[in-house]
Design a protein around this ligand. Structure first.
Ligand code: EPZ
Length: 419
């Protein structure tokens, strides 16, 4: 297993290109199953999760190929509906085949994803949504079997805001008979991006970007050619990299309007963020003189996927920051590792109290999940001495060429490949 080594203390300066969003690309890839033929995503990041989902689509009979920066998905010979455990257990987003398979083929057999480091992450809402659309759902031997002659439109209110749950029901409803109204829908930019792509395929969707989506089912959808939205979590991560090193970074391809909650908290804590006329975003780190409280919540609130990264910044900011993780029940795996680097953090249930320290010290630390790994790299950038982050396969799932992008702006960072 590879590790990443960082010699802390460098002030980052330069330009970073933001990649297309992992959490937009994954549902867009499964949306290709809704149409027969060749769909194309014009820009796709080179990530482990994208490769894993490509393997899953190939398992269903699709042909998935890289085409330069893009990805081509030919669904002409899709003849399967089984998402096996060995693929689903490595990537929960595999459940995103449920909606398209049931919507277009009337059946799906998907391994239950099981828990992961940050929580139980059930899919009960996905399943009750499909049942409301007329599907028959049975659970046995760790698999969920879903069948429906043809889905029929219905009104469905989510008990909890769920990103992939909304995406699954949205995709299934596009080919259902009649009208579907989804209430308490997730409003993440990646959900909006999927809806726009579905409309380009011929779907009839009203309320895009809001919590109430109205879908008029159609009998057929056409393949798409689509460019996914830029990655707001990657953007936020590099904003923190500028903030924590007191540096200055220009982020190209960022969509500042997707990061209002993050931008607000970073500016409150002394980071300067400027949006240029050409759409680039300039981020200038401050003097770490101010801590701010933060609570995660569904979009447009502060994203849970930025909680760990923000905590790394608060760990070296003067004062006290009270952080509340309201989405996942166990998304504090990075806390113990940050404490090993000298952070002063106290956990009480969903609340972390972070007392800023003058400096962190480099240490050997362990990555546990995608965003925790990013937080440890950020902490390493600011720490004195060397930090080695182990198990960086977590990072490779969601960050394209992270060490290359950071070393290009002055970070002393390198990958240590396991022999
Ligand atoms: C998506 O996961 C993202 N993944 C996650 O990003 C992100 O952290 C999460 O949304 C929250 O923003 C992708 O988009 C591929 P949820 P998802 O369903 O859809 C509960 C990353 O780092 N819930 O919105 O799986 C659930 O337990 C990843 O890129 C149910 O109870 O998350 C959680 O507490 C990590 N029943 C809350 O809802 C359900 O049926 C939000 O989960 C579904 C969810």
């Amino acid at each position: 297993m590879d590790s990443i080594k960082i010699e802390g203390g460098a002030r980052l300066e330069g330009v970073i290109d933001i990649s297309p969003a992992k959490n937009a690309v994954l549902p867009l890839m499964t949306a290709a199953l809704l149409a027969r033929g060749v769909s194309k995503l014009t820009r796709v990041p080179d990530l482990a999760d994208v490769r894993t989902l490509g393997k899953l689509l190939a398992n269903l009979g699709a042909e998935v190929e890289r085409d330069g920066e893009g990805l081509v998905i030919d669904t002409s010979s899709v003849d399967g509906w089984d998402a096996p455990y060995d693929l689903v257990k490595t990537m929960r987003a595999s459940v995103l085949v449920l909606g398209p398979l049931v919507g277009r083929y009337g059946k799906a057999r998907v391994s239950l994803p099981g828990g992961c480091a940050i929580g139980a992450r059930p899919i009960d809402q996905h399943l009750s949504g499909l049942e409301k659309l007329g599907a028959k759902v049975t659970l046995e031997h760790g698999y969920v079997d879903v069948e429906a002659q043809r889905l029929t439109g219905a009104r469905f209110v989510f008990d909890v805001v769920t990103v992939t749950g909304t995406e699954n029901i949205l995709m299934a409803a596009c080919l259902a008979e009649g009208t579907t109204i989804i209430e308490n829908a997730a409003r993440e930019p990646e959900v909006e991006d999927l809806a726009r792509c579905l409309v380009s395929m011929g779907a009839k969707i009203e309320g895009i970007g809001t919590a109430i989506l109205t879908i008029e089912g159609v009998t057929e959808l056409a393949p798409y050619e689509y460019e996914p939205v830029g990655d707001r979590i990657e953007t936020g991560t590099y904003m923190v990299a500028a903030a924590i090193t007191g540096g200055e970074l220009t982020l190209k391809g960022a969509r500042l309007e997707h990061l209002d909650a993050v931008t607000e908290k970073l500016m409150q804590s002394g980071t300067e963020i400027i949006s240029l006329d050409n759409g680039d975003v300039v981020v200038k780190g401050g003097d770490h003189s101010k801590s701010v409280d933060m609570r995660t919540s569904p979009y447009p609130g502060f994203p849970t996927d930025m909680q760990a990264q923000f905590m790394a910044l608060m760990a070296v900011s003067q004062g006290v920051s009270v952080i509340n993780e309201s989405i996942f029940e166990n998304r504090y795996m990075h806390v113990a590792e940050l404490i090993r680097m000298g952070a002063d953090i106290r956990l009480e249930g969903h609340t972390a109290t972070v007392l800023g320290v003058p400096a962190l010290s480099g240490a050997n630390v362990m990555a546990t999940d995608l965003r925790a790994s990013a937080a440890l790299v950020l902490a390493g950038l600011a720490a004195s001495g060397a930090t080695v982050v182990g198990r960086v396969y977590h990072l490779d799932r969601g960050y394209e060429r992270l060490e290359e992008k950071l070393s290009a702006v002055g970070a002393r960072i390198s990958r240590i490949s396991a022999t």
